[in-house]
Structures are given as structure tokens and as C-alpha cells.
Write a protein that binds this ligand. Structure first.
Ligand SMILES: [Zn+2]
Length: 301
């Protein structure tokens, strides 16, 4: 999406034309793959189809093609970088102005309609996915940076923002982030997530924790998550927040093994960032906190 926006140089009509062209390419590619998969026989999947695990496979014999089963599956197109796309098109992302939010919803709504139209046309389940992009977020921005240079707010970081998310580095409170991202959940029927970053120990302010969950529910978030730090002392077994000193045994990291600091990255809970690519590591470094659990005076809805 950012690349399509850069190439359109602020011309929305041109952007939509390029977007449709790309959607058409993706739909064709999905259909192509689907046709190849459909040529397989039931006997190629002795458990899933031969034993009737998949819907309608019990109606087929071992030498039948699997099309009648696979047609129940989904064919999905995903996207990343709505924020950078908006920044390139109108100079602001959807965290920065209502105008950008309006355009963001219009663009993602347009993509969803394209998938719905494809479903009607081909009688298959096409859907739109809010992609978390573990590898792509770094790879695409690297390619675009080489081609277009460093464009502020667009290609000047090591990653493109996931799907429709408000950029991780943008300071915004939890409730506003939820309200901005929630309307995109309805459009992305292939999958979506909204998360907020919580500073501190959620058990110290359960009211704040609950109000975030309720806010997600009331605004139509399909899948919501609250990321909060969890530290672990491998020596004494303490789980919780460890600043410099372990609250249970009183040791510091200099006294022994390093504390494990569990963080959540694209759905994975990890103790260290060593196994993640540079783009994701740099994204985690940039993340701002949206709510302070230890602060009793939190902003109310
Ligand atoms: Zn300890």
C-alpha cells in the first residue's frame, strides 16, 4: 500500500486504479493456486479427506478431485502499511487527523468490497486480511527505501506499520487507539488484531485493565490484546515485574543469570529479541505505552 501511494503522488484516482490492479493480480494468483490444488485427489490427503475430517470429503471417493472440499476454504488478500500509505497520500496518518481516518476507512472498505465482489463472481470465499507481516514489514520498506529514498513518515523507519494499526511510535492513549482501529475490524473478515501496550503490572490496576477490555468490546474490536511486561527470574522462579532487583530473592542481574523479559511480538511471547529480524526488533524498540497500569489517575472514557 505505501508503494502504491508513493507512485500515485497524492493523486487518489490514480491510487485507487493501482490498488484495483494489485487486487486483481492477487485474486488471479489465488485462483491460479486454487486450480492447482483442486487437481489433487482425495487419496493425496488420506487423513483429512480420506477419513472425512474436512467438510463434504465424506461424499468423495479416493480417486475424486478435491475441488468440492477446497471450495469451502478461504482465499485471502492481506495488506500492510495503511499508516504510511495515508502519510504519503495526504501527509497525515489516521492517528493524526479525522480526515486521514476517513480516507483510511474508505480505502480499506474499498478493498473489502473488492473481495466481496470476487466472492460473488467466482462463488468462492474471498476475504480481506489485516496482515501482521513478520518478514514483509522489513523487506518491503527496504526495497522502497532503495527505490524512492527516505521519505519522512513513509520509508524512514526499518518497518512498515502492520495492517491498519496506528504506528507503534505514535503517542496515543489506549482508548483513542482502540476507537481508531476498531472500525477496520469489520472490514477485515480474514483476520485482525488490535493491541495496546500496557506499562507496568496489570494486577496493580485491574479497573484500568477491565476498562480497556470493555472499550474494545463496545467499539467492535473482533480480536483484542493487551501487551504487558512479564519478567522471570530463572534462579528463584519469580514471575512479575522486575526492575533492577528481584522482589522475591533481592538479587540483581550482576549476581547471576540474566532476568528473562517476556514480550509479545506478532503474537509470539518471547524472552529475548535475538531470534527476530531487525525490522521487528526496531519496531519493539519504538513502541510507546498506551496506558500506565500503576497510575491510578487514568483517563476515563
Ligand atoms: Zn529472584
Amino acid at each position: 500500500m505505501p508503494r502504491l501511494a508513493i507512485l500515485s503522488v497524492g493523486n487518489l484516482k490514480e491510487f485507487y486504479a493501482k490498488l484495483d490492479e494489485m487486487m486483481s493480480l492477487c485474486v488471479d494468483q489465488l485462483l491460479d493456486r486454487f486450480e492447482i490444488q483442486c487437481l489433487k485427489k482425495v487419496r493425496n490427503y488420506p487423513f483429512l479427506m480420506g477419513d472425512g475430517v474436512w467438510l463434504d470429503s465424506e461424499k468423495l471417493g479416493p480417486d475424486d478431485e478435491v475441488r468440492e472440499v477446497l471450495k469451502h476454504g478461504t482465499l485471502t488478500v492481506g495488506f500492510i502499511g495503511l499508516a504510511e500509505c495515508l502519510k504519503s497520500l495526504i501527509g497525515e496518518h489516521h492517528g493524526e487527523s479525522p480526515k486521514a481516518q476517513e480516507l483510511g476507512l474508505e480505502i480499506v472498505g474499498h478493498m473489502r468490497k473488492y473481495m466481496d465482489d470476487s466472492s460473488a463472481k467466482y462463488k468462492l470465499n474471498f476475504s480481506l486480511l489485516a496482515t501482521p507481516a513478520e518478514g514483509l514489514s522489513g523487506r518491503f520498506v527496504e526495497i522502497d527505501k532503495k527505490r524512492f529514498g527516505k521519505i519522512p513518515g513513509v520509508t524512514d523507519r526499518d518497518y512498515y506499520t502492520n495492517s491498519f494499526h496506528v504506528p507503534v511510535y505514535f503517542p496515543i492513549n489506549a482508548y483513542n487507539k482502540i476507537k481508531l482501529e476498531a472500525p477496520y475490524h469489520e472490514f477485515t473478515n480474514g483476520g485482525h488484531i488490535t493491541y495496546i501496550e500496557l506499562d507496568g503490572d496489570p494486577t496493580k490496576n485491574l479497573d484500568a485493565f477491565e476498562s480497556v477490555i470493555r472499550c474494545m468490546k463496545e467499539n467492535g474490536v473482533g480480536y483484542g490484546a493487551i501487551n504487558h511486561p512479564v519478567d522471570h527470574d530463572p534462579e528463584c522462579g519469580f514471575n512479575g515485574i522486575i526492575d533492577d532487583t528481584c522482589p522475591k530473592c533481592g538479587r540483581t542481574e550482576e549476581d547471576g543469570a540474566a532476568f528473562e523479559r517476556i514480550r509479545r511480538i506478532t503474537g509470539y511471547l518471547v524472552g529475548t529479541l535475538d531470534r527476530f529480524n531487525n525490522a521487528k526488533r526496531s519496531e519493539v524498540k519504538d513502541r510507546v505505552k498506551h496506558l500506565n497500569a500503576d497510575n491510578s489517575k487514568i483517563e476515563t472514557l
